[in-house]
Design a protein around this ligand. Structure first.
Ligand code: PGA
Length: 252
């Protein structure tokens, strides 16, 4: 596994094409610092091609969602093959906002993952518990259920194209964070579960932490032994801020 930290920017429904191009220019101006991390940007669909083309191979571009069918009468949807044709290499699947607002179940997420992997995309699978689930002591079983449900139809040969992002739902966009130690324990639990599910004791699937990461806490989270990077929403929207987070993560 590439030991560099993974810094992924999830723009959500922010930035038009002009703003996306400006951001990419600002990032590319600091191309030296991009070499020390694996940087991925997830723009909205309309800016995907601009971001992918503008990356000059210095960072990866990814979609925030995908439909599981290859083509057909699914008005408003985008297939994995279309994402590939835009020059993107990654796709975010199962983000808690997709689960909550768009009714995505583990079953749908599993189908999306299979379709994305078959098209040659790398998948960032998002999992995480709600505050109720954590407070009732069920965080681990909820997260492992999501991992198991999402990966149940994945062929082991594709595991190298899977990254998991552990994002406690209650920490997303709220300014609240879990302790880095607890996040690390969950990251290890996820890694171990994947080893068990696939009976592959040597596999080490990268696990990112996400949820209110910012300039002041990124070093602490990304220094944890089982956290391979971060999925960053709000704090990634300003290129300068995201670049600072990349620099802080460069030597961890
Ligand atoms: P946040 O979002 O950094 O704004 O909390 C993270 C995410 O939703 O991926």
């Amino acid at each position: 596994m590439d030991k560099r930290k993974i810094l992924a920017a999830n723009w959500k429904m922010n930035k038009n094409i002009v703003q996306a191009k400006e951001y990419v220019r600002a990032i590319n101006n600091e191309s030296d610092c991009l070499k020390n991390c694996q940087v991925i940007i997830f723009p909205p669909f309309v800016a995907l091609e601009s971001v992918a083309c503008g990356s000059l191979g210095l960072f990866g571009a990814g979609a925030q969602n995908v439909h599981h069918e290859n083509s057909g009468a699914f008005t408003g949807e985008i297939s994995a093959e279309m994402i590939v044709s835009a020059g993107a290499k990654y796709v975010l699947i199962g983000h808690s906002e997709r689960r909550k607002y768009f009714g995505e179940t583990d079953e749908i997420i599993s189908e999306k993952i299979v379709s994305a992997l078959n098209a040659g995309l790398k998948v960032v699978l998002c999992v995480g518990e709600t505050l109720d689930e954590r407070e009732s002591g069920n965080a681990e079983s909820v997260v492992l259920g999501q991992v198991q449900g999402a990966l149940k139809n994945v062929d082991a040969q594709f595991l190298q194209n899977i990254i998991v992002a552990y994002e406690p739902v209650w920490a997303i966009g709220t300014g609240k964070v879990i302790s880095p130690h607890e996040a690390d324990i969950m990251a290890l639990t996820i890694k171990n579960a994947i080893k068990r599910i696939f009976s592959l004791p040597d596999i080490d699937v990268p696990v990112l932490y996400g949820g209110s990461l910012n300039l002041s806490n990124v070093t602490e989270f990304l220094s944890m032994p089982n956290i391979n990077g971060g999925l960053i929403g709000g704090a990634s929207l300003e290129a300068e801020n995201f670049l600072k987070m990349i620099k802080l993560s460069s030597n961890l």
